[in-house]
Structure formats: C-alpha cells, structure tokens
Design a protein around this ligand. Sequence first.
Ligand code: MN
Length: 420
Amino acid sequence: MGPPRPDATNDPSLRSWVAVPPGSPFPVQNLPFGVFRHRRRARVGVAIGDHVLDMAYLHEEGLLEGIPLPRRVFARDSLNGFLALGRPIWRAVRHRLCELLTEERWRQRVGPSLLPMSEVELMLPIQPGDYVDFYASLYHASNMGRILRPQQDPLPPNWRWLPIGYHGRSATVVVSGRPVRRPWGQVSTPDGPIARPTRMLDFELEVGFVTGPGNELGRPIPVQEAWDHIFGLLLVNDWSARDIQAWEYVPLGPFLGKSFATSISPWLVTLEALAPFLAPLMPQEPPPLPHLTDPQPLTYDVQLEVALVVGGREEVVSRTNMRYLYWSLAQMLAHATSNGALTRPGDLWATGTISGPEPGTYGCLMELTWGGQRPLALGDGFQRTFLEDGDTVVMRGWCQGEGGLRIGLGEVRATVLPPL
Ligand code: MN
C-alpha cells in the first residue's frame, strides 16, 4: 500500500565495485531500467555509472537464480514482460542487483555483463499500448487559463475535482535523441483556415510514469492500490503545436497538435530508487471525492530543468520541481480507471506540463513567453517565442541526496527538423 519506502538499497554509503564518476545520475542506489541494442541484438539493461548491465546475460548466467522470472524476459526489445511481473519481483531483482554490484566477490562473474554506455544504442524502454497525458500542475493550468481565457476564472470548474487528461497517441512516442519534424496542420487565420507548418511549436516539460500489472476490464484500480501498479518515472517532452491545437481542440480536446511526437528519456527510474525523495503533495481544497482521496498524498522531490540549444549555445530556460503537482500519480491512475477502463503493462502516463509559481519555473514556451507576447531573451542576441528549425530541447531531472548523491532521471533531448 502506498509508494515504496526507503530500505537498505537506498543507503547513501553503498559503493559499487563498478567505477561511478562523481555526480553521475546513475549510482548504485539508482539502477534504472532501459532497453539497449548492441551488436544488433536488443535486450534489457540497467544503468550504473557510465555502463550498462546486460540483464539478459545476468539471467542466462544464473545470477538471478531463485527469483521466479520467465525465460528470456530480459532478452527482448521492451520492458513490458518484466513490468507485468509486479512489485515483489521488481523488488527482488533490485535487491539482487544491489548485492551483485556492491559485493566484491561477484566482480568476476558480473564483470562480463557490463558494456560502456557509449557503445550501445539506447532504445525506447517500453512498447506503450496506451498513452495518457494529464493536466495536473496547478500553476500550469492557472497560467494557461489566464493566457487563453483572460476574462474567466483561470481554472475550469472541474479542475480541482478530477485530474483532467486525454488519450494521446502511443505509436508516436519516441526515444530521446530522435529528431522531431515540424508538423503541418490546419490553423485559423483572419482570412479563414489554412494548412501550413506550425508557427507555434512548443515543448512541455513533464514527468511520465509507467505502469506494470493492469486491471481487469470493467474493474477500477482503487486509489489506495494504485501505487502498487506504478513501476517508475521517466522524463517526457510532450511536443505541442499551439496554433493547430487552438483551432482543433473544441470540443473533443487535443488531437493533431499533440500526436506528431512525444519524446521520452531512455531510463526508467524505479519508485524504489526514488523512495528517499518522497515529498508531501500540495494541499487539496476542496477535498477530492472519496474514490479519489489518496491516503498517502505524496509526490517526489525531483528537480527538473529545460535547456534550449540555439546557435550551438545551450541555455537553461526553466527550473522547476515535481513537487508542483496538485494530483498524486495514484489519483491520476485511479481516476483513469474509475470507469473500468483497461490498463496493460507498459502503459505510459504523463503528468502534464509542470510549472512552478514564478516565471523562471514555467514548463513550456507558451507560459515562458506568455502566449508569445514576451519573447525569451537568450544569450548572444538570440531570442525565441516558439521553437525554430534546428533548435534542440534538452530536459533533465534528478533528486539531490545526501553527500552529493544524485538519483538522476537522465535526459530527454531532441532537435527540431524543418517541415516536409
Ligand atoms: Mn502535455
């Protein structure tokens, strides 16, 4: 019940026999899961420092003996099979990995499973059957309301009663590093609608969560059980074409202004690794209805930033934190299944843009430039209202622990290609 709590695998004094550079996002206390390709074979890996641990090799070598794992569960091109197994198995694997990587006696047998990260290709970690995007940050939702509907109450009347969301397009979820092409679409002009490449291409800084065991069709996941279904977190850039979105979204919500690309980071950081960074959720007023009342109203203290690379120069344009969510991940999952909708292992859920209370903490250009009215000044005389072709967007996330220990989510990075 509730999110995993810290245990011996989170001990900041643990050291691995694998050299981990100081400040690495992937110390032995992290152990995030991903999928990599090496010599044309895809398999599941775990990041440690600058290396990737080949989980298929460890499994074949009998080093995960005693844990009831299906044959070849790691010799696959997605984590979905492992995600289906559930928290007791996830936890047993984490504890075994912690032992294998911290006890010197395992060095000889485990050593051959390590590959330099620079020699592998990081792939999409999951095959998401479904993708949902929420709208769960109070500051973001309030700002968007002020920008788009200045005469009205910034928050829609339902906002504090349910975590608003929409179903996105899972087939266009792509991994970090893959460029994103500027989409064409229909936009509204004073002379009527025309089709053209978007002129309002934006990023959205979000945290994604990936679920494991699903539910039975027709049976909701109760909020007090929802945490048990969540495997871990990654970073999401939910690209948005604001001019396409503005014209199409009434009354059914986002469609082509969102579905051209969603970029995710390659490493999935487990809730176990994040346990020391649990933080209280913002107060919820009015209290949610009983079926959405999370008995453990918690989030994580994950520091987030967005940098733009413009003209070869990188500059951080926003710094924010996952603490600025109004709804908990468990509330989002409970709400999304409250009608009995089905979820399956490997499904992707994103929080929605995360913004804080001040301008430097806003998670998208729409807010940072206040609807395009205030261009963002970058160094070397560059400025941006929305993204231009050739711009690169980099998002990073990490938890800062004791003694310089950092549990990182890594980064999600992509460059904008010109339209076709
Ligand atoms: Mn979004």
